[in-house]
Design a protein around this ligand. Structure first.
Ligand code: PMV
Length: 340
């Protein structure tokens, strides 16, 4: 979070009702913060049932928030919250009360103004980002220092407001802003990332992913319900184990720069998620096209039912693949995500 030290002097009427018109200077209290999006490499849904998962931060997408204390005559509601200038629902605004309770603070009359470049309902962690940014910025506003593990732990509690029993994966990666390996109920572990092995001297030494937006939107809680029977079957343990192995392959691939290992694990994860019933035909078509354009691996990311495809590019041909993907889908639906 970027701490906003801006402390402007503003003038308000001494009498809030108008009165004499005399003015007194006060320091305006403002705090600003931001939180990134995320993409899951392997383990969405399975993580809800105890499997290991690996996810990456998406720094190019951010939810930014400014908290401003109101002075003078305070009209109800004491806490107002706006996203892109529009008032949010009571349900969403309630996240501020939940956060205040967790932090043990009594709220002043505050205005929250947010903007988001994280696609909403697209599997990119928008609800986790809102929880994290509200918690972090409110804590800063009241001078409370929180560590990344504390933010991750507390914001998972906040995310219950959106989808009942979140695994904690999304809030972990958004809180740490690092690639993490995660298992429900444990502390997230940032994992080692090594430059991808490459045959070409022109490769830039980065892991290059793209997020391809299907334009379809879905509800996380509904998709969890849709996938639940596949996970809660007699084959549950075996299925969780398959996801655990894929998560281990991804961790090993990141640690050794083995893009092929990570891409294969992503492809296999998509086959399993399809069996769980959360990969719509439109997403399958995007995955096939992404591979035809040269992507090494591609899968749905997040809760599914729509949302986005995450594709890993071959380091040796990433620029050419990116150009083809933009031609195929239109530049506005192609978001590049790099690591290192
Ligand atoms: O679609 P998103 O960004 O809300 O991600 C959901 C990830 C799940 O594994 C399906 C749920 C969870 O709590 O981990």
């Amino acid at each position: 979070m970027e701490r906003n030290e801006e402390s402007k002097t503003v003038y308000i009427p001494v009498s809030p009702c108008g009165g004499s018109g005399l003015v007194a200077p006060i320091a305006e209290q403002i705090e600003s913060g931001s939180a990134c999006g995320k993409a899951i490499i392997v383990g969405e849904h399975a993580v809800v049932y105890g499997a290991k998962a690996v996810a990456i931060p998406v720094h190019s997408m951010q939810i930014s928030l400014q908290i401003r204390k109101r002075h003078g005559l305070i009209l109800k509601p004491r806490v107002r919250m706006y996203l892109a200038g529009a008032p949010v629902s009571e349900h969403l605004r309630g996240i501020v009360d939940d956060a205040a309770e967790l932090l043990g603070i009594k709220l002043d009359a505050l205005d929250f103004h947010g903007t988001s470049t994280v696609l909403i309902g697209a599997g990119l962690g928008s609800s986790a980002a809102i929880c994290v940014v509200v918690l972090k910025t409110l804590a800063e506003f009241y001078g409370i220092g929180l560590t990344a593990p504390e933010v991750a732990y507390m914001s998972t509690d906040l995310e219950r407001r959106f989808h009942g029993n979140p695994s904690g994966l999304d809030t972990a990666v958004v809180s740490y802003e690092k690639v993490v390996s995660f298992q429900k109920g444990t502390t997230p572990s940032p994992i080692k990332i090594t430059c991808p092995k490459s045959a070409s001297e022109s490769a830039d030494g980065k892991w290059r992913f793209v997020i391809l937006d299907s334009g379809l939107r879905s509800s996380t809680i509904e998709m969890i319900e849709q996938a639940a029977p596949w996970f809660n079957s007699e084959a549950k343990e075996e299925r969780i184990q398959m996801f655990n192995e894929l998560a281990d392959e991804v961790t090993q691939g990141f640690g050794t720069g083995d893009t092929k290992l990570v891409a294969d694990a992503m492809n296999k994860a998509n086959v399993l998620l399809d069996k769980a019933g959360i990969v719509p035909d439109k997403i399958k078509g995007i995955i096939e096209s992404a591979k035809a354009c040269g992507a090494l691996g591609a899968k749905i990311t997040g809760a599914g039912g729509g949302g986005c495809v995450l594709a890993l590019l071959d380091s040796d041909s990433a620029d050419a693949t990116l150009t083809k993907l933009k031609q195929e889908f239109g530049a506005a639906r192609v978001n590049e995500v790099t690591l290192l």
